[in-house]
Ligand binder design. Structure first.
Ligand code: PEP
Ligand code: MG
Length: 927
């Protein structure tokens, strides 16, 4: 085809609505709307190919034939509208808009009311009967055209505009009269003449040609080029901009005119009712500027019944064509309804869920579509209390949204006091620089946790998420001073006891109490997730450490526990002293004594959890953290010792004082220390000092340079087999008791930090031994599984041999990601990771989104090799990634049987698991 025959211009009736590359997103959408029979203002699109050819031409001429086709199309518009381009009587005005295949909001300009000149302006004023509107439209057109198409900077216009406003004595544009605006228009024409050396082009076709070229040029303008670089928009995604020329329609030509915006369903609730607002005899700007208050769309039924039924018809067409809730804009010009724009409506989570279920019930969409149209993450909004959306309070600080939900309470700076105040029935927010395992009792007592250091996978974040409590982590603007019992954010001070509110969904921190709205697990959500479970292949389990958490997780739809971290039980207040005794034990006998006291506690924990989850499996992980985590820090102990020693000296002084008193005033009858000091004595102090000194020696002895890579996990089990034996006994005895009580229990014993089959064989030996004893003692046959965490690189590479012993693998991707990257999670998130992501070195935080290419490769090896040895090998994931939708897609693809995540993430994971199955053939999921 010769180049001048090439088709560059497409009427809305003929452009392919799917071809966004050729017509741009907006152009394609306008063509599609026209072709499905919506009354779109007539118009046409000049293609992106025309743009590229134009930009390639050093002379910057429009490709041959383009302007002829544009003229022919404008004539067609004249016929369709009965208006004339440049006509003084009933002028046809158009908008000229850019639009590439990818949306680039605000990067390229739009020109409205093109076609205006001194003659057509008269016609516009006559038609609208509104002189002020006519001149306002004219002055806007001159400035916009002057700026976009002729390159005249805004300040030249603004100077004149401000002068007129000053003279008229008004502050806002709205105060200007028709005469003022007429004066502004005239001075603007003058500005163009002065700045360009030419009069403002009056010929509408000349205006149109200049405008088309200007829009094409804007594609290679600095703003647009920078935007594409910033958002990685490649030529394959969008190349060149199209130009849309659309007939202007006016909603302000009389009382049979209106302008409005609508949603096909209520975006707040999802209810199947048309929603929106309109204004009679007005233009869209009146709504935006807040000059008049729009009416609810239902009022149109009485005011303009005929148009209302047209609007209902439009709504029905939109939904049945797009099969999605639409957010649309319309204008009514002299009794004719035009649809100007439509796009998928943005709605909150509750509305998405309700509309999905209802649209499926109405037969508008299938169940698959009902599941696929919802982003899994948004479901979490529904499962936690949220801040009242009406609140107007500004935040005082911002951190990372580490665990969703909102909570208010008194700021308290240490876990002991949080427990004290919490137990007294008060609401508490635990505020710390960062948290440690020994703060666990403070978590239990608090409504939420706020830290000034640490990332989304810090201790505070992980534990809070596990408990379903809100957490804002790493709010670096807050300086926490535990000693002074206060926190400072610039000038603002939070003293202990002051009420604060945290929003773990946004990361905001507020002073005072902000009302919250309760969570809702609606019937619609239950229905939707029921469909999800039917569609999914992956099962969804929960990470839960207590019977209460297990119960909650079940409520969220978990079909088992994929990770029960036993160390959380060790940290409970009444147990920690026993655990400490076990650690401080000098002999095996002493240690066994402490373990004997721990055994019944563990047994009853496990029984409670098995019962809460029955008949689903419960995976219990044997002790993982290094011992020192259960002891105070060296620093803390030294502080305490110093205090105790001072106390001892004081006590001695007091005793001497009492003795001297007796000599001085024998009649006082004082023979001992006065209350309340009588409970203290030097012996007591000496005993406490001795215990702390022993602990300090132990802490120093347990010191490790790199504790996370040190003496922990199965390494503890190998060196202190009596600890693991006690835990195994607790698990199996709990199972035996359940079986005796008629409760179906399926425990799975899981060993952490394994690197070799030899380690696993040793622990399996313990399990076999304990099993024999328990079965004999209880007279039952136990059903359980024995398996391993996959969280070291070596384990993934030795999976085939390990699967010879393990009946299941569970990927601990928190540790496995640290090990694969050789990053320490906490340090990475606090220091260099943000820059790595900003600079594109890494696409995501690997501790949030599973790294498919590295960690994922190791997982694939382990799954493949493991199933070589044991085809029925059950494989799951229990790291944080188990609740992350994109990572869940990966887990599905790599052949896992289940994912396990914190309770409130379970609904998110159920939907993501369904989507993973429904999209398994779609390669773009990982783009
Ligand atoms: C993991 O490493 O992914 C895991 C679940 O264990 P933890 O987070 O307790 O180390
Ligand atoms: Mg781990």
């Amino acid at each position: 085809m010769a180049s001048n025959d090439k088709k560059y211009v497409y009427a809305f009736e003929e452009g392919d609505g799917k071809d966004k590359k050729l017509l741009g997103g907006k152009g394609a959408n306008l063509c599609e709307m026209t072709q499905i029979g919506l009354n779109v203002p007539p118009g046409f699109v000049i293609s992106t190919e025309a743009c590229l050819t134009y930009l390639d031409d050093p002379k910057r001429q429009l490709p041959p034939g383009v302007m002829e086709h544009v003229r022919a199309n404008v004539q067609a518009l004249e016929q369709k509208t009965g208006k004339a381009f440049g006509g003084a009587d009933n002028p046809l005005l158009v908008s000229v808009r850019s639009g590439s295949a990818m949306s680039m909001p605000g990067m390229m300009d739009t020109i409205l009311n093109l076609g205006l000149n001194a003659d057509t302006l008269k016609g516009l004023i006559e038609r609208t009967g509104n002189e002020r509107f006519g001149y306002d439209a004219y002055r806007r057109f001159i400035q916009l055209f002057g700026k976009v198409a002729l390159g005249v900077a805004d300040e030249h216009f603004d100077e004149h505009f401000e002068a007129v406003k000053q003279r008229a004595g008004v502050k806002a544009d709205i105060g200007l009269s028709a005469d003022d605006l007429k004066e502004v228009s005239e001075s603007f024409l003058q500005v163009v003449q002065e700045q360009t050396g030419h009069p403002f082009p009056a010929d509408p076709y000349a205006q149109l040609e200049i405008a088309i070229k200007a829009v094409f040029n804007s594609w290679s303008g600095k703003r647009a080029v920078d935007y594409r670089r910033e958002f990685h928009i490649t030529p394959e995604m969008a190349n060149g901009t199209a130009v849309n020329v659309v007939t202007m329609v006016f909603g302000n030509m009389g009382n049979d005119c209106a302008t409005g915006v609508g949603f096909t369903r209520d975006p707040g609730t999802g209810e199947n009712v048309m929603f929106g607002e309109y204004l009679v005899n007005a233009q869209g700007e009146d709504v935006v500027a807040g000059i008049r208050t729009p009416k609810p769309v239902l009022a149109m039924k009485a005011e303009m019944p005929e148009l209302y039924s047209q609007l209902v018809e439009l709504r029905n067409k939109l939904e049945s064509h797009y099969q999605e809730v639409q957010d649309f804009e319309y204008t009514i010009e002299n009794g004719v309804l035009y649809c100007l724009q439509t796009r998928n409506g943005k709605m909150n989570a509750a509305a998405m869920v309700r509309s999905s279920v209802e649209m499926a019930h109405e037969g508008l969409i299938g169940r698959e579509q009902a599941l696929l149209r919802i982003q899994p993450e948004i479901l979490e909004q529904l499962l936690h209390p949220r801040l009242d959306p009406q609140h107007k309070v500004s935040s005082i600080a911002q951190g990372l949204p580490a665990s969703p939900g909102a909570a208010s309470g008194k700021a308290v700076f240490d876990a002991d006091r949080a427990e004290l105040i919490g137990r007294a029935g008060q609401k508490v927010i635990l505020v710390r620089e960062e948290t440690k395992p020994e703060d666990i009792h403070g978590f239990f007592a608090s409504q939420g946790i706020l830290t000034s250091r640490g990332g989304k996978t810090s201790h505070a974040a992980v534990v809070a998420r596990g408990m379903g409590k809100p957490c804002v982590a790493g709010a670096e603007g807050i300086a926490v001073n535990v000693k002074a019992r206060m926190a400072a954010i610039g000038e603002c001070v939070i003293n202990e006891g002051d009420t604060i509110t945290i929003d773990g969904t946004s990361g905001n921190v507020y002073l005072g109490e902000i009302p919250t709205v309760d969570s809702e697990f609606s019937d619609n959500l239950k229905t939707l997730l029921g469909w999800a479970d039917e569609a999914a292949r992956l099962k969804v389990m929960a990470n839960a450490d207590t019977p209460d958490a297990a119960e909650k997780a079940r409520g969220f739809g978990a079909v088992g526990i994929g990770l029960c971290r036993t160390e959380r039980m060790f940290n409970a207040v009444e147990r920690l002293p026993v655990v400490v005794d076990m650690i401080l034990a000098d002999t095996l006998e002493e240690r066994r004594g402490a373990l004997d006291r721990l055994l019944p506690m563990q047994r009853s924990d496990f029984k409670g959890i098995f019962k809460a989850m029955s008949p689903f499996p419960v995976t219990v992980r044997l002790l993982d953290p290094p011992m020192h985590e259960f002891l105070p820090t060296e620093h803390q102990l030294m502080d305490e010792l110093e205090h105790l020693r001072k106390l001892q000296v004081n006590m001695q002084g007091m005793s001497e004082l009492v003795a001297s008193m007796r000599l001085l005033r024998p009649e006082s009858g004082q023979t001992g220390m006065p209350a309340p000091f009588d409970v203290f004595n030097a012996e007591l102090a000496a005993e406490a000092i001795a215990k702390k000194e022993k602990m300090l020696a132990k802490v120093r002895n347990l010191f490790e340079v790199n504790p996370m890579l040190g003496h922990r996990g199965v390494r503890l089990g190998i060196t202190f087999p009596e600890i693991y034996r006690m835990q195994i006994q607790g698990i199996l005895e709990a199972a035996a008791e359940c079986s005796r009580d008629g409760i179906e229990a399926h425990p799975e014993i899981m060993v952490p930090q394994v690197i070799s089959p030899a380690e696993l064989a040793i622990i399996k030996g313990l399990v076999d031994d304990v099993q024999t004893q328990v079965e004999k003692h209880y007279g039952v046959e136990l059903q359980f599984k024995f398996g391993t965490m996959m969280e070291t690189v070596r384990a993934t590479l030795r999976a085939e041999r390990i699967a010879g012993i393990a009946e299941f693998f569970s990927f601990g991707t928190n540790d496995l990601s640290q090990a694969t990257f050789s990053f320490s999670r906490e340090d990475a998130e606090n220091k260099f990771l943000p820059q790595y992501i900003e600079r594109g070195i890494l696409r995501d935080n690997p501790f949030e989104a599973l790294d498919h290419n590295g960690v994922g490769k190791l997982m694939a090896i382990a799954v493949g090799d493991g199933r070589q040895a044991r085809p029925e090998l059950k494989v799951g994931i229990c790291g944080e990634h188990g609740g992350h939708p994109r990572s869940i897609h990966f887990c599905h693809r790599v052949g896992l049987n289940y994912v396990s995540c914190s309770g409130p993430r379970v609904p998110v994971a159920r939907l993501a698991a369904a989507q993973a199955k429904l999209r398994e053939e779609d390669p773009s999921v990982f783009d």
